[in-house]
Design a protein around this ligand. Structure first.
Ligand SMILES: [Zn+2]
Length: 268
């Protein structure tokens, strides 16, 4: 009897690591994302770190970052000189600010992987990068063409398409940001769908939307000028859900639970 129990125990111990490795192997491969940042007017040194940590904490995504181009609006960054610049990545996040680059051939190189089906996520000044290239291919990829922005002051953000998967599971609906920049909507292409609008003074514009660029999913938000906005949990949740939706993987296999920090009750 003792011998039987020992054998049973040994079998159990042997089977444990196998069971553990099997459970690990059931998890999906993490999404590989490339965050491209650099250019004018923004604190990309801080924002690239905040975005990487914020996204990786919220989803099974590994974010690699490339920061190039210094602080100039006219930089053609070395990354895009390689025709295979996006190879190995499941999604690209554009968080750059190169508004004076208007070379259509250069923009075509940037858009090549997206035309081939790699999803895109575009943050803030990415909506102004490449917007002056004459063929307007970058704004068509985005779904909205913006040409200017308002002052640095709060934006009242409100959600519209609340049944869209990105918003349906979002923990917030409305948000009055701190100081931010409201980008205008010069052209709204019919391939896009507005998710959120923002009001700043008398201006009221789409600030978050999705687009179909051919068969490629594209998510964009023009929010994200200041570090306070980018590091806000509401922003990081929105961007993470947008990224997962663009990859068609907005589901429980990829979302990580974020611990809810209870709001402190006022002391009287
Ligand atoms: Zn800005």
């Amino acid at each position: 009897m003792l011998h039987f129990r020992l054998v049973t125990l040994l079998l159990l111990l042997i089977s444990l690591p196998v069971a553990r490795s099997q459970s690990v192997s059931l998890l999906p491969r993490p999404i590989k994302a490339l965050l491209v940042c650099g250019g004018c007017c923004h604190d990309y040194d801080v924002q690239k770190t905040v975005l990487k940590a914020g996204i990786e904490a919220r989803a099974r995504v590994i974010v690699d970052t490339v920061q190039q181009g210094g602080t100039a609006r006219e930089s053609k960054i070395p990354l895009y000189a390689d025709p295979l610049w996006a190879r190995g990545y499941d999604v690209i996040l554009h968080d750059d600010c190169f508004g004076m680059v208007d070379d259509t051939n250069w923009v075509a190189e940037i858009l090549a992987p997206h035309r081939a089906g790699i999803p895109g996520v575009n943050l803030h000044c990415a909506a102004h990068s490449y917007r002056m290239a004459p063929d307007l291919e970058w704004p068509k990829y985005l779904g909205i063409r913006s040409l200017k922005h308002g002052p640095a002051s709060p934006i009242e953000v409100r959600s519209l398409a609340v049944t869209h998967p990105i918003l349906a599971g979002l923990s917030w609906r409305d948000w009055e940001t701190g100081k931010e920049e409201l980008y205008n909507n010069f052209t709204i292409y019919e391939t896009s769908l507005a998710l959120q609008r923002g009001r700043q003074g008398t201006e009221d514009c789409v600030v978050t939307w999705v687009n179909n660029y051919g068969k490629t999913r594209v998510f964009s938000t023009t929010l994200g000028h200041f570090n306070e906005t980018v590091s806000d949990p509401r922003y990081l949740e929105l961007v993470t859900r947008g990224l997962l939706w663009a990859c068609d993987r907005l589901n429980a296999d990829y979302l990580r639970p974020i611990p809810v920090i209870p709001t402190a009750k006022p002391q009287f």
